[in-house]
Design a protein around this ligand. Structure first.
Ligand SMILES: [Fe+2]
Length: 216
């Protein structure tokens, strides 16, 4: 199965801090049944220097392979990493060798132009995946936003941890997206090994289309 969202590259964001922590996370992911893992460090500035990311990625790739994991490089592209005048430049944050962009919207206070931003990114040839939509209050508050996203062809990446057995708006929305069959991809959003707790158990109840996204 594919973990579409993970902060396992060491030293580049608030995820793994050392190569050892990265390797522990890879091992844990393998134990949970992950066979493809997209490393998605935070991108929060358009001019982000991606060299440290690429270095950590290249170093870890052979270890991942040894553990039976295909490691791929992407980013979690925050709205703040987009250049309004040049949205096409966001292509540098797409998953390697694809035009698939994992996009992170704020949990609250979406810009009034959010639809235009999505349309414009699509017009630039990018296929969009929204990271953990269940965390976004504009979607929690108004079910029509979910419909709009689906109608626009935006894929939804739900965090497995949001599907765990507790209550609250985040959990409720993740469950609703699952019930509607609209989970396009799942992610651990793991920053450390403990974040993989229960991953396999929850993932195995989801449809194959969520575990191995066809759009990738
Ligand atoms: Fe994340």
């Amino acid at each position: 199965m594919t973990d579409f969202h993970c902060h396992l590259l060491y030293g580049v964001d608030d995820g793994a801090r050392t190569p050892q922590e990265s390797m522990d996370m890879l091992q844990r992911a393998a134990q949970e049944g992950v066979t493809t893992l997209i490393a998605t460090p935070h991108a929060r500035r358009p001019d982000m220097d991606t060299r440290p990311v690429r270095d950590a990625f290249r170093e870890l790739q052979p270890f991942a392979k040894d553990m039976g994991i295909l490691l791929r490089l992407g980013f979690e592209c925050n709205l703040s990493a987009l250049q309004v005048q040049d949205l096409g430049s966001a292509r540098r944050f797409c998953i390697e060798k694809t035009n698939v962009l994992l996009l992170e919207f704020p949990e609250d206070n979406w810009p009034g132009t959010w639809r235009e931003i999505l349309y414009d990114l699509q017009a630039e040839g990018m296929r969009l995946v929204l990271a953990h939509p269940e965390r976004c209050r504009p979607i929690q508050r108004d079910a029509r936003v979910l419909t709009t996203l689906t109608e626009m062809g935006v894929h939804l990446q739900v965090n497995v941890s949001s599907l765990r057995g507790y209550f609250g708006p985040r959990h409720a929305l993740a469950r609703r997206i699952a019930r509607l069959g609209r989970i396009g991809a799942i992610g651990s959003d793991a920053h450390c090994t403990q974040d993989y707790e229960g991953f396999r158990g929850i993932a195995r109840r989801l449809p194959a289309s969520a575990l191995n996204p066809a759009f990738l």
